[in-house]
Design a binder for this molecule. Structure first.
Ligand SMILES: *[C@@H]1O[C@H](CO)[C@@H](O)[C@H](O)[C@H]1NC(C)=O
Ligand SMILES: *[C@@H]1O[C@H](CO)[C@@H](O)[C@H](O)[C@H]1NC(C)=O
Ligand SMILES: *[C@@H]1O[C@H](CO)[C@@H](O)[C@H](O)[C@H]1NC(C)=O
Ligand SMILES: *[C@@H]1O[C@H](CO)[C@@H](O)[C@H](O)[C@H]1NC(C)=O
Ligand SMILES: *[C@@H]1O[C@H](CO)[C@@H](O)[C@H](O)[C@H]1NC(C)=O
Ligand SMILES: *[C@@H]1O[C@H](CO)[C@@H](O)[C@H](O)[C@H]1NC(C)=O
Ligand SMILES: *[C@@H]1O[C@H](CO)[C@@H](O)[C@H](O)[C@H]1NC(C)=O
Length: 362
């Protein structure tokens, strides 16, 4: 063997030795790169196969004291490619944030092996296919964000198994089918965003079991049937948007039970019937958008109790009678729009006296 070949042989040996000394999590991270079209510069520069652990310098990687990877955050790294099933081999991973890249293809169905994942965001990518069952089999998961992808199919009923879930974001996809009744078993859920899909059928009654639900948005879907909300403890509900759906029936008076409600919108929802006087119980209500429906009857005088109201939109309905002078008690009102109804009489003097009123369109 010549000296040159000997040195080459030595360096190959050295390479093999140094690669094999990388921790298993490091090897797994490198295996993810095989599914990508190109290497983001910061990863190329720091994810070195010759390192012994990914813990000291690899971009986006954080470890525990025992050199296990616990967090992988590659938000907006410019990754183009697929998410390899090997991701689930990082068994102590708690945080996986791949928001805002160009991931495409299906979500791997290996996530049922991610027993420690608490936070999973694949939001703002181009992932397609259906939501794998395996995503619902991660017991400690608290946040699941799959919003703004191209996901289709329905929300799996196994979602009810996610009993630690606090935040579920599925908005901005092409999801269809009904919202599963089992959602009521996600008993810690605080934020549920489903807007901008093609969900159909009725809102499940089990939503009333979600005592901690604070933000609920199902706008821009194809929902129909009655609005079955306000029959449980909805005291935590702060934000509710039902707009641009085809509900039948009216606004339930039970919504008056949701005394913490601050913003409520049901624009263009095909609503008929009266605005329930129980809305006067919503003393924290700041924004109410009920325009573009078929609401009839009088504007309830009880609105005068909604002292926090800044915006009241009731335009494009079939409301009749006079404008109640009680609206003049709403001294935080900025925007009052009542046009395109069948209201009669004059604008009460009390309303003219609201100091901050900027938009008055009747
Ligand atoms: C990766 O880094 C090496 C130098 O460390 C450089 O030669 C190579 O061009 C880089 N590749 C990419 C895709 O950036
Ligand atoms: C990931 O990094 C982004 C940007 O630095 C940050 O906003 C986000 O909170 C991080 N995600 C997690 C789970 O810590
Ligand atoms: C990593 O994951 C892949 C795909 O899920 C699996 O086939 C492989 O056996 C795993 N490797 C290790 C070292 O655990
Ligand atoms: C995960 O799911 C796969 C099939 O989808 C199955 O083979 C495997 O046993 C499951 N792992 C666990 C821990 O449930
Ligand atoms: C919940 O998970 C258990 C264990 O994985 C399974 O047997 C059960 O069918 C699941 N239930 C639902 C509704 O997915
Ligand atoms: C919800 O949980 C209850 C028990 O807590 C169980 O009986 C029921 O089958 C579950 N429903 C669904 C749809 O997962
Ligand atoms: C909610 O309100 C409705 C009508 O306003 C009432 O009949 C019902 O008992 C209330 N439910 C609860 C759980 O408070």
């Amino acid at each position: 063997m010549t000296m040159g070949w000997f040195l080459f042989f030595l360096s190959c040996m050295f390479y093999v030795v140094s690669v094999s000394s990388l921790t298993p999590d490091g090897v797994t991270l490198l295996s993810l790169l095989r599914h990508w079209k190109s290497l983001p510069p910061s990863i190329n520069a720091t994810w070195l196969p010759s390192d012994s652990t990914p813990c000291s310098s690899w971009a986006g990687v954080q470890c525990d004291h025992a050199h296990h990877v616990v967090s992988l955050n590659l938000t907006a790294f410019g990754i183009t490619g697929q998410l390899g099933p090997e991701i689930a081999n990082i068994t102590l991973l708690h945080y996986l944030d791949l928001t805002n890249n160009n991931l495409y293809g299906q979500i791997p169905n290996s996530f049922n092996n991610s027993h420690n994942l608490k936070f999973l965001s694949l939001s703002h990518n181009q992932l397609s296919g259906e939501i794998p069952h395996s995503l619902t089999q991660i017991p400690p998961l608290q946040l699941l964000d799959l919003s703004y992808n191209n996901l289709k199919g329905s929300i799996p009923s196994s979602i009810g198994n996610m009993t630690e879930l606090l935040q579920l974001y599925l908005q901005g996809n092409h999801l269809s089918g009904t919202i599963p009744e089992s959602i009521g078993n996600c008993s810690k859920l605080q934020e549920l965003f489903l807007y901008g899909n093609q969900l159909e059928g009725m809102l499940p009654h089990s939503l009333n079991n979600l005592n901690d639900l604070s933000y609920f948005d199902v706008a821009n879907n194809r929902l129909k049937g009655p609005i079955p909300l306000g029959h449980g403890t909805c005291k935590k509900l702060v934000f509710l948007d039902l707009s641009f759906n085809g509900f039948s029936g009216g606004l339930p008076s039970s919504l008056g039970n949701c005394s913490g409600l601050s913003e409520f919108a049901a624009v263009n929802c095909n609503l008929v019937g009266n605005v329930p006087p129980s809305f006067g119980l919503l003393t924290k209500l700041s924004v109410l958008h009920l325009s573009d429906n078929h609401l009839s009857g009088k504007i309830p005088t009880e609105f005068g109790n909604c002292k926090s109201l800044t915006t009241l939109h009731l335009y494009s309905n079939q409301l009749e009678g006079t404008i109640p002078s009680e609206l003049g008690k709403l001294n935080k009102l900025v925007d009052l729009e009542l046009f395109t109804n069948q209201l009669t009489g004059e604008i009460p003097l009390s309303i003219w006296k609201i100091k901050g009123l900027e938009y008055l369109v009747v």
